[in-house]
Design a protein around this ligand. Structure first.
Ligand code: KG4
Ligand code: ZN
Length: 337
């Protein structure tokens, strides 16, 4: 099945062409072409994503990115399905992708199926983009960490899952972005904090690890962000690299501790990490090391598929299709896992 996938939930305009096959328990994915146009430079002066600007840029970029993926004569391609993100995300941005999907469906590929995709399932299923053996991975503990979400799930099979917990306040990516602002770093904050943290001492400042020892699988990151705010206020000459490293350490330790506790409790056979914050090397290596201690395979997609992209939307689109599910083709800003 040839899937054209479209992602416009936030500040990346992504389009990908995938060849997908296989039954629901053993899906196979081959990436034919993949393009992303990032709006980071446009939003950077504002310190975050401006929804109106995102919408304008998606409308401008979608035809350009489509041409990069399908060439000048898209109608000559055989496309079986068009998968498009319907949520969660910024509704004005989501609508641009949905409207574009419907337009090209009508104009070029009237026989193709239109598949609405949950962006979070895109992150969740991004483990299918790894080359590792995927037999006997379930039950798996899957941690999804992005700018808007922090969710811990138990995946009982390729299609069955149960949410174990999520953040009660800020998402961990949001905490990275907010702490970056306190440190006068540009948007998006995650990669900037990571760079600065490399020169700092992660043990320099004992920032709190909110909810790390609670029995549930929920998270809280707003108190950690506030602790950084107070620390900066009370220590005017603070070494910013130490602050970045100590903050990252607190966030990573909380995520890893709870994920591994869930892996033990549910006798998981693997651990999965996805979402934009999965690009953080400290988080990847720490979760991988702890998984190894329990002899569990650890899955995380290659770096470019951690932050938003259309390839993962194509993969989740295929899973949505083979499960005979569909989401209605309207923007659903608050869709969850
Ligand atoms: O998944 P994503 O691209 O968009 C959403 O679905 O939200 O995630 C974006 C988030 C941002 O908060 C960004 O700061 C964070 O991922 N991020 C990182 C890193 N790269 C991106 N956080 C920590 N370390 C990184 N290297
Ligand atoms: Zn995302």
């Amino acid at each position: 099945m040839k899937i054209l996938a479209i992602e416009t939930s936030c500040d990346e305009t992504g389009i990908a062409l995938l060849d997908t096959s296989g039954p629901v328990a053993r899906p196979k994915v081959h990436i034919i072409r993949d393009a992303v146009s990032s709006q980071i430079a446009i939003h950077r002066p504002f310190g975050g994503v401006v929804p109106g600007l995102a919408k304008r840029e998606h409308i401008k970029n979608l035809p350009i990115v489509l041409e990069q993926v399908l060439g000048k004569n898209p109608e000559k391609q055989k496309i079986d399905a068009i998968a498009v993100t319907v949520g969660p995300g910024l509704e004005p941005a989501l609508w641009t992708g949905i409207t574009f999907a419907k337009e090209i469906h009508k104009k070029y590929f009237p026989k193709a199926k239109l598949i609405g995709v949950n962006h979070l399932e895109g992150h969740l299923y991004s483990f299918l983009l790894t080359k590792k053996n995927k037999t006997r991975v379930f039950p798996s503990i899957a941690l999804v960490v992005s700018g808007g979400h922090t969710i811990l799930s138990l995946m009982q099979s390729m299609t069955k899952r149960k949410k174990l917990g999520e953040t009660c306040d800020d998402a961990v990516g949001e905490a990275f972005d907010k702490v970056a602002r306190l440190l006068n770093l540009p948007y998006p904050g995650g990669p900037e904090i990571e760079k600065l943290a490399e020169r700092g001492n992660p043990r320099a400042i004992p920032f709190p690890r909110p909810m790390m020892h609670t029995k549930d699988y929920d998270f809280s990151f707003s108190g950690l962000k506030t602790a950084v705010l107070y620390y900066m206020r009370d220590h005017k000459g603070a070494d910013r690299a130490d602050v970045a490293a100590s903050f990252s350490e607190a966030a990573v330790e909380t995520l890893v501790k709870k994920t591994m506790r869930a892996a033990k409790q549910y006798k998981a056979r693997s651990v999965m990490l996805s979402g934009g914050v999965a690009a953080n090397k400290r988080l990847r290596s720490s979760l991988e090391a702890d998984s190894k201690k329990l002899k569990l395979p650890f899955f995380v997609a290659p770096f470019k598929f951690n932050t938003d992209n259309a390839v993962m939307i194509g993969v989740a689109g295929y899973m949505t299709y083979v499960r005979r599910k569909n989401h209605s083709l309207r923007a659903q800003g608050n869709l969850n896992l």
